[in-house]
Design a protein around this ligand. Structure first.
Ligand code: ADP
Ligand code: MG
Length: 243
């Protein structure tokens, strides 16, 4: 489905992502973990088209999309959430989904090309994330957990095949997190999901594959069981978190 090969991204003297390869496929939840500054968000930005790679290629269903911008990638089937959300609190939940999905696919800048998702698609996305019934409420009235669900609905409204989730649980308490974790598990049945997440309990509970990044490079990759048992991972990463 999505296949990144030998991705690198340089910022001046810093190699934020270095020779990283990864495959995302439908039915699989691929988690990326690593300490702050490891390059996880840069990797997501490379896959989503916010950044162009210094080196490497990104294939989506056999087509190299590395040169496509975010809009074209959104249309090709790449959906993402951001660590920080930009929603409009006065607008309804439904209009937020439609507007944000439209902006991401370039519909506002290119008026000739109207891609605001139909109401039915926006409602389907809201149903999928568990927000059906709130669609006429102002987005500003949603709880923190519901806002994170809304951000996922925005990504889903573009009908993506690949979903890139950058810390979708950020700031959530245990109560907010549980339905989101169940949702991510569920979404990975129909989408190729990449999840950047700090909480190890969550990662080990939902991931099929885990990639550990340190200093832009892949340190280890394996099943949650393999990663949990890896001495190299414990030394290089899990140790940091405890310390
Ligand atoms: P993570 O998401 O794993 O915490 P990031 O991908 O955000 O890490 O950052 C990786 C490294 O790249 C960090 O050292 C960060 O300061 C640097 N970095 C990220 N984005 C930029 C940028 N736009 N310009 C310069 N340096 C950046
Ligand atoms: Mg990050």
């Amino acid at each position: 489905m999505m296949d990144a090969r030998g991705l690198s991204r340089r910022f001046g003297g810093l190699l934020a992502v270095s020779d990283l390869s990864l495959t995302l496929q439908v039915g699989e939840l691929h988690a990326v973990i690593g300490p702050n500054g490891a390059g996880k968000s840069t990797l997501v930005n490379l896959l989503a088209g916010e950044l162009t790679p210094t080196e490497g290629s990104i294939w989506l269903n056999g087509v190299d999309i590395a040169a496509l911008d975010t809009e074209r990638r959104a249309r090709a089937g790449v959906g993402r959430t951001f660590q920080r959300t930009n929603l409009m609190p006065e607008l309804s939940v439904l209009e937020n989904v439609r507007l944000a999905a439209q902006v991401r696919s370039g519909g506002i800048l290119r008026r000739a090309d109207r891609v605001r998702p139909p109401i039915e698609d926006a409602l389907a996305a809201l149903t999928r994330v568990g927000l059906r019934g709130t669609e006429q409420n102002a987005a500003g009235t949603l709880s923190h957990g519901q806002l994170r669900q809304l951000e996922i609905a925005v990504a889903l409204a573009g009908q993506p095949s690949v979903l890139l989730l950058d810390e979708p649980l950020a700031g959530s308490g245990a109560e907010d997190a549980a339905p989101l974790v169940a949702l991510m598990r569920d979404l990975s049945r129909e989408h190729a999901v990449l999840l950047v997440e700090h909480d190890m309990d969550v990662v080990f509970a939902v991931a099929d594959v885990v990639t550990v990044m340190v200093d832009g490079r892949m340190l280890a990759r394996g099943t949650p069981g393999e990663i949990r048992a890896s001495a190299a991972v414990r030394d290089a990463y899990l140790g940091h978190v405890v310390a």
